[in-house]
Design a protein around this ligand. Structure first.
Ligand code: NAD
Length: 510
């Protein structure tokens, strides 16, 4: 197995790195973030955090670069993003390894993270020729009305640790073809991946002599994050992270009447009907619950099973869980790697204690585990708890592989249970019954931003608009018309006649 330093050097990453990029890398003078791997707790490298001076430098340069970038025709902007995608294709394996050692994703999921960036770059290229506006009929003769979309300026993207590269690209590549420049504040738990990504991007921007459209500022949320959210020069903050932090950001940005895109926590449920393909449902639920060790915003946290197949399905779930290999995510066959850190392990343990106190029944897992030679890694057993929807803990998102299993009688009851939590990101139903499927998709059906039929709550494609309702924040990113969030809409009215008729036939003669 390659050492951590061999993996870093394949990406040109040093032991001490600057976490501040504004067209050049700032000298690493700020406080340092020490990066240890969740795989074994071992030291990987250090990354400097932005100082207030660095931040000011970033924002003033971003404003200047924006003035140049907005003048580049959108399809040409798209070509730059496409070239970034091509470069990411070349570095997919190496970047994937950095994701794996920094946040503990399996090799396949680490590379998947970069593949998602590549997919977004393809989408962004296509979009760059499709930034369309509506034409609206005017009530006045010889008048024309239409909408046009104009870039916003420097926008900020604050990201969570669990999708350390792809989530940024969902925002950044789309915002860039829209004509914005982007300031990225990554999670301090995933800062090395951000440095590695910026190194790839730097090459493309420099060889094209392009304006510097992407800026990086490592830093804590309470410092760097707050500078951004309170800064009126940044018209839009796109935030991906937990509900409590999202609320704080929303308040800060709203106070200055800025815009936000909020992609907050999920508490995703899957309904398993007695009329489903049970093997498919099992696969969908196990993948949804355990991919990325239960640390996806779209992780299946609740499975709501028809009483007629409840015992059978629970038995199958337990059997499937007993075959899942937990361990070093670089090893072949391992499907569940470590949790991100010790706090995450404590949250897992607390949630299980609470679930049992509140009446849940532990039927699988429930313990942290030690992996040979990786004593300081943060490993836990995938866990199944029989629960009921009234339990408080079931309403919370615990960022760990804990699955609550619940029983239902009728499809309406299943939908009610499903919708009874505060969050509204992703949802699924496994059924081959048209009526059940349509009920789930009807006006009283799933209250989430994402509704899946016969497929998992996790693993969304980038072509659709991604995001959720209720406490998940209401934002939309990536596909469909999510590009509009990074622009401002202008309604244009043109009079090409010889007189000045007024709207609503108002008379104003003088
Ligand atoms: P987190 O909320 O702890 O941190 C997210 C980011 O916010 C980090 O960059 C952090 O430094 C920053 N931050 C913290 N305090 C801040 C402040 N006061 N001002 C500005 N920024 C601040 O989340 P996390 O633990 O990194 O990620 C896990 C959470 O993210 C989960 O709740 C998960 O569901 C959610 N998530 C949501 C989506 C989605 O699309 N809905 C996707 C991925 C993750």
């Amino acid at each position: 197995m390659e050492t951590y330093s061999e993996i870093l050097s394949s990406m040109g990453i040093d032991e001490i790195n600057s976490g501040v990029y504004y067209g050049d890398w700032a000298k690493p003078t700020g406080k340092m973030i020490t990066v240890n791997s969740p795989i074994d707790g071992e030291y990987i490298a250090k990354v400097s955090m932005a100082t207030k001076d660095d931040y000011e430098n970033i924002v003033s340069r971003a404003i200047e670069e924006f003035k140049k970038w907005r003048m580049v025709p959108a399809p040409k902007r798209g070509l730059i993003i496409k070239e970034i995608g091509d470069e990411l294709r070349k570095e997919k394996k190496n970047l994937g390894k950095i994701v794996t050692i920094e946040v503990g994703k399996t090799a396949s999921e680490g590379e998947g993270e970069i593949q998602e960036m590549i997919d977004v770059s393809d989408l962004a290229l296509g979009l760059s020729r499709q930034l369309y506006g509506l034409t609206i009929t005017s009530e006045r003769p010889y008048h024309r009305m239409y909408e046009q979309w104009i870039p916003l300026g420097p926008v900020a993207v604050i990201t969570s640790f669990n999708f350390p590269a792809s989530v940024w690209s969902w925002n950044a590549f789309i915002a860039a073809v829209d004509g914005d420049v982007v300031i990225w504040k990554p999670s301090s738990k995933a800062v090395l991946t951000a440095v590695a990504v910026m190194k790839v991007i730097e090459k493309v921007l420099k060889r094209n002599n392009a304006p510097n459209i992407f800026f990086l500022m490592a830093g804590s949320g309470s410092e760097g994050g707050e500078w951004i959210t309170n800064d009126k020069r940044i018209p839009l903050v796109s935030f991906t992270g937990s509900v409590p932090v999202g609320k704080r950001i929303s308040e800060n940005v709203a106070k200055r009447l800025g815009k936000t895109i909020l992609e907050l926590g999920g508490n995703n449920g899957a309904i398993v009907s007695d009329k489903c393909d049970i093997d498919m449902a099992l696969k969908g639920v196990v993948f949804g619950a355990l991919a990325t060790g239960g640390q996806r915003c779209t992780t299946t946290r609740r499975v709501i099973v028809n009483e007629k197949i409840y015992s059978d399905f629970l038995e199958r779930l337990k059997n499937a869980y007993s075959t899942i290999k937990v361990g070093d995510p670089r090893e072949k066959g391992v499907l569940v790697g470590p949790l991100i850190d010790e706090d995450a392990v404590k949250n897992y343990e607390n949630a299980i204690d609470l679930a049992i106190k509140q009446g849940g029944k532990l039927v699988f897992g429930g313990k942290r585990i030690k992996i040979d030679k990786h004593e300081n890694g943060h490993y836990v057993m995938p866990t199944i708890i029989e629960a009921n929807p009234g339990m408080d803990i079931v309403n919370e998102e615990t960022f760990a592989p804990i699955l609550y299993v619940m029983k239902y009688k009728t499809i309406d009851e299943a939908i009610n249970i499903h919708n009874s939590v505060p969050q509204g990101l992703s949802s699924a139903i496994f059924t081959n019954d048209l009526r059940e499927e349509e009920a789930f998709l009807s006006v009283y059906g799933s209250d989430c931003g994402l509704a899946n039929v016969n497929t998992s709550t996790a693993g969304a494609e980038i072509g659709g608009a991604f995001g959720g309702e209720k406490d998940t924040g209401g934002g939309r990113e990536s596909g469909s018309d999510a590009w509009k969030y990074y622009m401002r809409r202008q309604t244009v009215t043109k009079n090409w006649g010889n007189t000045l008729p007024l709207a609503q036939d108002v008379v104003f003669d003088f």
